[in-house]
Design a protein around this ligand. Structure first.
Ligand SMILES: Cc1cc2nc3c(=O)[nH]c(=O)nc-3n(C[C@H](O)[C@H](O)[C@H](O)COP(=O)(O)OP(=O)(O)OC[C@H]3O[C@@H](n4cnc5c(N)ncnc54)[C@H](O)[C@@H]3O)c2cc1C
Length: 494
């Protein structure tokens, strides 16, 4: 059925229902009268959808869940939701943003894109349904000796990661994941299904690269692929006493004079509040199959090591193995982030502060069995001159910044009553880390949206001018503010 025909039909039906009560329940009834895949509490698919959120705090209970199979289904759903005038809704891709309410909703409608996960390759463009996870993509492209800029853990969604920026194995060489999009297919607030690319709606094209759910629902991502064989990499776990050497090695790795576009990865300092153990780890890759490349040598040679999983494999094998760890976790998870330029001392100072405070915090909330992680990663260099703009606030540059580090601080825990206290701890940590960066004169305004906490302002971190541009784009493509007023979750422009 043509979207506009089903839309009209929905409104004949909804008219009757809504006339009596304009509630979310009646919107769900209207949705289920025109779409086959609308699920209510107690149905198996509803329950499977809720339990597939990886972190417990994300398992909210919407009045109904819509699982569209086509862009037309999404268009119909958007029309019904818009005409309801008030029903709040959420959009879910892979469901891996840790902020409760960003990808699911209590007593509203959740549009769960999981059924739209087809992946097709057409020469060097990969068309990816917006409900796909990265493992779906690697599994299709790698047998063709291709790869894409994508997530480094297979269970993570294409949609959220790409519309929030996106950092890949290949980012030091090729930049942000969002910059590899050649076309977005999008359902706008009007219900229109449109193509968005460098020549068709270029303002929205830039907006979707960093503006996430502020403009519409992306239904398909067309990604540029490139020839790629296996890479070298993996995880190393170190003895607790190796932490300072590992931090020094990471600091050296980030020296912009030693920048190697094939070297990527991060270091994580972990504290388990139950065992009271610190475990430093690194996860590193070299995207050419060279064993022990110089750029990573300092980190791979830190000791003592308790486990060394460095090996040659396809990116999709690394992402599959990493997914097993995430899938088995299922805790409550909260995170926050900040960004700075590397200096000889900044990572050491931040690490020492965290190390001195985290045992006490975990002790205070011991009943929730918390674990904390402090991770340091490289930000991709700013785009090259001539790139199509994104919205992340990094101007295309002939001398891209190569010394940017972002940190992510996480608490995993198992008792909801510790949420407020641990969120406050996150806020305090970020404040103190920023003070250290300010004192050293290395603070950077960017806040990576995909790792930002709900209390942070990553859009503001793109810069005032960029936010104004994004607001203009939102007004142009969504003049009634559907994606501001009714999609309440996410980082909003207004
Ligand atoms: C284990 C793990 C590993 C990670 N690894 C990486 C990594 O390697 N690189 C990296 O950059 N980040 C990484 N991240 C962060 C990741 O980018 C974010 O968590 C991101 O939000 C995940 O995307 P998703 O589709 O799963 O998100 P969801 O939680 O489903 O969505 C996130 C946001 O995007 C919006 N959204 C979802 N679908 C659409 C759509 N179709 N149209 C418009 N808006 C939509 C949602 O409304 C929501 O606000 C990782 C996170 C986790 C938990």
């Amino acid at each position: 059925m043509h979207p506009s025909t089903s839309y009209l039909l929905s409104w004949i039906i909804l008219g009757a229902v809504v006339a009596s009560s304009d509630t979310t329940t009646s919107t769900c009834d209207a949705l289920s009268s025109v779409l086959s895949d609308v699920f209510f509490p107690e149905s198996d698919i509803y329950n499977a959808s809720i339990s597939s959120y990886p972190f417990i705090q994300l398992r909210l209970h919407p009045t109904c869940i819509v699982r569209p199979k086509t862009s037309q289904d999404v268009s119909i759903a958007v029309n019904v939701l818009r005409e309801s005038g008030c029903t709040k809704f959420a959009v879910r891709g892979g469901g891996h943003n840790a902020n409760a309410g960003f990808n699911n909703i209590e007593d509203g409608v959740t549009i769960d894109m999981q059924s739209m996960n087809a992946v097709d390759v057409d020469k060097e463009v990969v068309r990816v349904g917006a409900g796909a996870i990265w493992q779906d993509v690697y599994d299709v492209v790698e047998p063709r000796n291709l790869s894409v800029l994508g997530g480094r853990i297979g269970v993570v969604g294409v949609a959220g990661l790409t519309t929030g920026g996106g950092i890949s194995f290949f980012s030091p060489e090729r930049g942000w994941v969002c910059d590899s999009v050649v076309n977005f297919q999008v359902v706008l607030a009007s219900g229109d299904i449109v193509d968005v690319n460098a020549t068709s709606r270029p303002d929205l094209f830039a907006g979707l690269k960093g503006g996430q759910n502020n403009f519409g629902i992306v239904t398909r991502f067309d990604l540029k692929a490139f020839p790629q064989g296996p890479i070298w990499g993996g995880r190393i776990a170190f003895a607790p006493e190796a932490d300072t050497a590992l931090v020094s090695a990471f600091t050296e790795f980030k020296n912009p004079h030693k920048y190697d576009p094939y070297a990527a990865g991060w270091v994580t300092l972990r504290y388990n509040g139950s065992t009271k153990q610190f475990t430093p780890t690194s996860i590193l890759w070299y995207t050419r199959p060279e064993l022990k490349p110089g750029a990573l040598a300092q980190m791979t040679e830190v000791g003592p090591q308790v486990m060394n999983g460095m090996q040659e494999a396809y990116a999709g094998e690394f992402t599959r193995n990493a997914s097993l760890v995430v899938k088995s976790a299922s805790s409550r998870t909260i995170w926050a982030t900040t960004t700075f330029h590397i200096s000889p001392t900044i990572v050491h100072h931040i690490h020492s502060l965290w190390k001195s405070l985290v045992p006490k915090i975990c002790e205070t909330y011991a009943y929730a069995r918390p674990t904390s992680e402090l991770t340091f990663q490289s930000l991709p260099p700013s785009p090259q001159n001539g790139s199509h703009p994104n919205s992340l606030g990094f101007a295309p540059d002939s001398t891209p910044e190569k010394d940017l580090v972002f940190l992510q601080i996480i608490f995993y825990f198992w008792d909801a009553s510790a949420t407020e206290g641990l969120n406050n701890a996150l806020k305090e940590f970020i404040k103190m880390f920023n003070e250290i960066a300010e004192e050293e004169g290395v603070k950077h305004k960017y806040i990576y949206l995909n790792f930002a906490a709900w209390f942070q302002d990553p859009l503001g971190g793109y810069g005032k001018e960029q936010v104004e541009t994004l607001r203009h784009v939102a007004r142009k493509y969504d003049p009634e503010g559907l994606f501001q007023e009714q999609v309440v979750g996410g980082f909003k422009l207004f």
